[in-house]
Design a binder for this molecule. Structure first.
Ligand code: ADP
Length: 272
């Protein structure tokens, strides 16, 4: 997409962190905003910020792991603004981190895969047919992760690998269908958001539980040093706008911090 003004963007997880920054950034481009989040207070705060900029906004408290909630968000968008042009499947949680993968219960899988992965499945299922039906230029952004391109260390990483794969399949299917809709897999590095701070705290708690080896301690210090350089969500939002404008399939934000990511990134770009 090149022209944004007067068009409609849907962003999930817009109550905080990156999602909020994306909503504000699209508003700055003159788009109408439709936002969803599970936290009503956070959603209200984002609505107030958007309205203060004169943006037309509609909001709904949703749980992205429920198809009916995603459909309700799409219905709201269409009833308020007619056509949906841009969808950003963004909401997510760290999910299950408590034990080994074989200890995870069906409930742990349902929660983590539901919020992180099925939400994107439902977002594609719900929004893409509506975009194809109106035929105007559209774009789907899926929030993947650095852990989409480096080894997954937990259930969150498994989901994020799958979301990047899903983004690639979606891009191929859209192209094969001759659709006027493009897609981007956003793989943020370390971003200064609640989710990141939550995971840092959680890791610190876990490692303080028992005796830690010197190498474990060094690794933790190293990770904290890396994490403290987290990119601002607004900076990521700027990059998303550019990627959508240029129809980039892959967007990795700050891959310099880890040579493995640089190598993988280059491999992806070479094949793209
Ligand atoms: P990040 O921006 O790094 O992804 P945040 O935790 O700041 O991390 O933002 C994630 C957003 O997703 C939060 O506003 C949170 O309320 C929202 N969210 C989490 N789970 C759900 C869910 N099941 N349905 C809708 N929104 C959710």
């Amino acid at each position: 997409m090149e022209e944004f003004a007067g068009k409609t963007a849907v962003v999930t997880g817009a109550g905080s962190g990156m999602g909020k920054a994306f909503a504000l950034r699209w508003a700055a481009e003159g788009m109408n905003l439709v936002i969803g989040d599970i936290q009503q207070d956070a959603l209200d705060a984002t609505v107030a910020e958007l309205q203060a900029t004169g943006t037309q906004v509609a909001a709904l408290r949703i749980d992205v792991s429920r198809l009916s909630d995603i459909e309700a968000l799409a219905d709201l968008a269409e009833s308020r603004f007619g056509k949906i042009h841009l969808v950003h499947n963004n909401a997510g949680v760290e999910g299950y981190l408590d034990g080994k993968i074989w200890e995870a219960t069906a409930k742990d899988w349902d929660w983590t895969l539901g919020v992180n992965l099925m939400s994107v499945v439902y977002g594609i299922r719900t929004f893409v047919p509506r975009m194809l039906a109106h035929g105007e230029e559209g774009h789907v952004v899926n929030t993947c992760s650095m852990t989409s391109v480096i080894a997954a260390t937990n259930m969150y990483g498994i989901c994020k690998h799958a979301i990047l794969a899903m983004t690639e399949v979606l891009a191929a299917d859209l192209e094969a269908a001759g659709a006027n809709v493009a897609t981007t897999g956003l793989c943020p590095g370390i971003i200064a958001t609640n989710l990141f701070h939550g995971s840092r705290n959680r890791r610190a708690e876990v490692s303080n539980d028992g005796p830690m080896s010197a190498s474990g301690s060094e690794l933790r210090d190293h990770m904290h040093a890396v994490l403290s350089k987290g990119m601002a969500p607004s900076e990521v939002a700027d990059k998303v706008v550019t990627a959508v404008r240029e129809k980039k399939l892959y967007l990795l934000t700050d891959h310099e911090w880890d040579s493995r990511v640089v190598a993988r990134h280059e491999a992806i770009l070479a094949g793209a």
